[in-house]
Design a protein around this ligand. Structure first.
Ligand SMILES: Cc1ncc(COP(=O)(O)O)c(C=O)c1O
Length: 373
């Protein structure tokens, strides 16, 4: 923790976290994992901060999930010793980096969803005394990576099992389609189907004599609402730590949004229009255009959540004061904006100010900022 004491020292745009709200989010998800008897392995792509990853581990997380090897490297250097890279590792540069990071940590695993990944990894990692742990990436409805949960998945599991340098830790899925469906019922159904698909696959794999210890699931919308089914062993939410406008739409409230972009009113060109010094370089271009998480604008004013930013360019954003609202904004006034999506927003900043009781009491480096390789 730094000894920063005054909120006013923060220039704009900058990134703020309400520490009490964030701690509440951390505690709620850890409690959920504990109550269902599963491990929590948070995805740290949301905060990209060693300090916050350690806070998650101190509260009970079993390790972390990352998307990129460079994130893994920074986290390993920072002392995090159990890392799952939920991504396929391709190319010699990355293989060498993986081997190097693995030497620094107690436990590390990577994803595969194709025979080529298995033969590439098996060609590089040959030590049967310290096999590289692998999780099978399974597609349960989010059309990104992931093998379909059928016979091909069983073939991949068998192939990992038979590779002397590899060890099958288990299978995982990310039900990112939970962001796009309508209503709570839609999320709960996506979540249940996604979990059931990997539970069934794990059973098939085990029925064929192949060990499959981990069944790992999760996205924040589904973990906010859904039950965790017996057979699941691990959850991997990321965004839950901060929440954002996407998740507020799921929850029906902005109360759990811990993250905001602090911006200054720099111009009032008309009676209605209010212009801020935070554009796409401070808030990203992200707009969720469908489903329960749909975000109607480019960010939400924390103090007046019915007001959305309705224009954004590189360095500016603006909103119109609704005609039925008796409020005004003056040049120099500072406002907090809840971003539509926390994860890419955080990556735009070097550090995050932690705020408690209206005072800045912490400054956390975004240690993995720009770690996209
Ligand atoms: C593989 C994987 N696991 C977990 C997550 C966490 O999802 P969320 O940010 O909805 O919590 C993500 C997010 O992209 C992901 O890609």
């Amino acid at each position: 923790m730094s000894d920063i004491r005054s909120f006013s020292i923060a220039d704009t745009p900058s990134l703020m976290v309400d520490i009490e709200v964030m701690e509440g989010n951390l505690d709620d998800m850890q409690r959920k994992a504990d109550s269902f008897g599963v491990k929590l392995r948070p995805h740290v792509k949301t905060h990209r901060s060693v300090a916050l990853a350690k806070m998650q581990i101190e509260r009970g997380a079993s390790g972390i999930t990352v998307a990129k090897l460079t994130e893994a490297d920074v986290m390993a250097e920072g002392g995090v010793d159990d890392i799952f890279v939920a991504n396929e590792i391709v190319g010699n540069i990355k293989l060498e980096r993986l081997a190097e990071i693995r030497r620094k940590v107690r436990r590390m695993a990577v994803a595969v969803d194709h025979m080529d990944h298995i033969s590439i990894l098996n060609g590089r990692f040959k030590d049967p005394d310290r096999p590289l742990e692998v999780l099978l990436d399974v597609n349960t409805g989010d059309p990104r990576t992931g093998v379909e949960p059928g016979p091909e998945a069983l073939d991949l599991a068998r192939s990992v099992w038979e590779s002397p340098g590899l060890s099958l830790r288990g299978i995982y899925t990310h039900d990112g389609q939970s962001y796009d469906v309508e209503g709570w019922e839609g999320i709960i159904e996506v979540n249940r189907n996604s979990q059931q698909a990997v539970i069934d696959l794990a059973k098939t794999i085990k029925d064929h004599g192949i060990s499959c210890e981990e069944v790992s699931v999760g996205s924040t919308p589904s973990l906010l609402l859904g039950e965790i089914l017996p057979g699941v062993t691990e959850i991997r939410p990321g965004t839950y730590i901060f929440m954002d406008a996407d998740q507020a739409n799921v929850l029906g409230s902005y109360d759990r949004c811990a993250l905001s972009v602090f911006a200054t009113v720099i111009s009032r060109p008309t009676r209605d229009r209010v212009v801020l010094d935070a554009g796409t370089k401070a808030l990203t271009y992200y707009v969720q255009d469908k489903g329960i998480c749909r975000t109607p604008g480019h960010g939400v004013l924390k103090r007046y959540p019915s007001i959305h930013l309705n224009r954004k360019s590189d360095e500016h954003s603006s909103f119109d004061i609704p005609s039925d609202m008796d409020v005004d904004f003056h040049i120099g006034e500072r406002l907090e904006i809840i971003p539509n999506h926390a994860c890419p927003t955080v990556n735009l900043y070097d550090s995050i100010y932690g705020v408690k009781g209206g005072e800045v009491v912490a400054l956390w480096p975004v240690s993995c900022r720009g770690c996209s390789r």
